[in-house]
Design a protein. Structure first.
Length: 239
């Protein structure tokens, strides 16, 4: 296993034959090493694996968490790194939770044609929306003044607004096909957000609701049917 480390991301690369690649993007407070069954599923399908650590996570540098907004640019940098190594690469973006928001935000950019599809699992509509939801659920507090104040401090320190990290706007601009996955019993990123995202997407799209799955548990609950759907979707767009 080869390892490449950058200023913003640390990633592990598992080399195999062929030109199919997947960038797996982890969730909040995790790292690329969080992926086990997910990485194995893609490995068994013959994919090269790239598992970067998001800013402020794992072995990456960074003093703040960008909720996917700045990380989307890092993912694009990794896409170009892959293309430098393999000009024929066919690249899939796969993200879970905050990583799902990250790949959706990346999908709103002008991606190279090497990027064939995106799979997002339990991503949120926007950083503002999910923090507002959690503030209410956990503390029974309104967005004002707590979240508004935190957002101002975040802008002063980190130079981005929480409302900038808006996956809904990004998927509405996307041209790459997207598979939206969400567990119906998700109490961290509410299930309803997945429908909002799906409806906003103007590119080719499919949807998978996993009955009874809590947050980041869709692959475990769905089992083989989950991966059947993921690879049935992906295989439409790769050679």
């Amino acid at each position: 296993m080869n390892t490449k480390t950058g200023n913003q991301s640390q990633a592990s690369l598992q080399a195999r034959t062929g030109s199919h690649w997947v960038i797996l993007v982890h969730g909040y407070a995790d790292s690329g090493l969080w992926f086990h069954e997910e990485a194995l599923a893609f490995y068994r399908q013959g994919f090269h694996l790239l598992l970067p650590d998001a800013r402020g996570h794992g072995q990456s540098q960074g003093a703040y968490v960008g909720m996917g907004w700045h990380d989307r640019l890092d993912i694009i940098s990794w896409i170009h790194w892959i293309m430098e190594k393999d000009s024929q690469a066919e690249i899939i973006l796969y993200g879970v939770s905050m990583g799902a928001a990250t790949v959706m935000m990346a999908a709103g950019e002008n991606l190279p044609s090497n990027v064939k599809a995106v799979v997002e699992d339990c991503g949120y509509t926007s950083a503002w929306d999910v923090l507002k939801y959690q503030l209410n659920v956990q503390f029974r507090l309104p967005a004002f003044p707590a979240l508004t104040s935190a957002g101002l401090v975040n802008f002063i320190k980190n130079r981005y607004r929480l409302k900038d990290a808006d996956a809904v706007k990004c998927v509405s601009r996307a041209k790459v096909p997207i598979l939206f996955i969400h567990g119906t019993e998700d109490r961290f990123v509410p299930f309803e957000m997945s429908r909002t995202l799906y409806d906003a997407c103007n590119s080719k799209k499919e949807y998978l609701a996993v009955e009874g799955a809590a947050h980041v548990k869709s692959a475990m609950v769905g089992g083989p049917a989950y991966w059947d759907k993921v690879f049935q979707f992906i295989n439409q767009y790769i050679s």
